[in-house]
Design a protein around this ligand. Structure first.
Ligand SMILES: [Zn+2]
Length: 51
């Protein structure tokens, strides 16, 4: 399993996102994704799944 770049929790699914606060692409968990999706200049770049 991969870790969330923000909260360091590991999980099977991560979301590739960036926003005004994260100018480079990061991978985050669902909880952090909900926060980031409210940021300005939020972009969604796909989903990563690990088996
Ligand atoms: Zn997280």
């Amino acid at each position: 399993m991969k870790k969330c770049d923000i909260c360091d929790k590991s999980g099977k699914v991560q979301y590739r996102v960036k926003s005004i606060e994260y100018k480079n692409w990061i991978f985050c968990c669902k909880v952090c994704w909900k926060t980031i999706s409210k940021h300005e200049k939020y972009f969604y770049g796909g989903t990563r799944k690990s088996s």
